[in-house]
Design a protein around this ligand. Structure first.
Ligand code: SF4
Length: 54
């Protein structure tokens, strides 16, 4: 955690990040966007994967 003028904020340590996406998936403010796996990109992958299944 880091103190800023806007309050206490979380600070991600890049070398320790496994890229699991848990922080982005659970952030109720949607303040976190995963690199290479934005909501739009995942949605597009799911639409293609299930295109013929519905
Ligand atoms: S993506 Fe996973 S490992 Fe990386 S900061 Fe978020 S919760 Fe931690």
């Amino acid at each position: 955690m880091v103190d800023t003028d806007a309050g206490v904020k979380a600070k991600m340590i890049e070398v320790a990040c496994k890229g699991c996406g848990t922080c982005a998936a659970t952030c109720y403010k949607r303040a976190i966007t995963m690199i290479h796996y934005t909501d739009e990109q995942i949605g597009a992958q799911l639409r293609v994967a299930f295109r013929d299944k519905a």
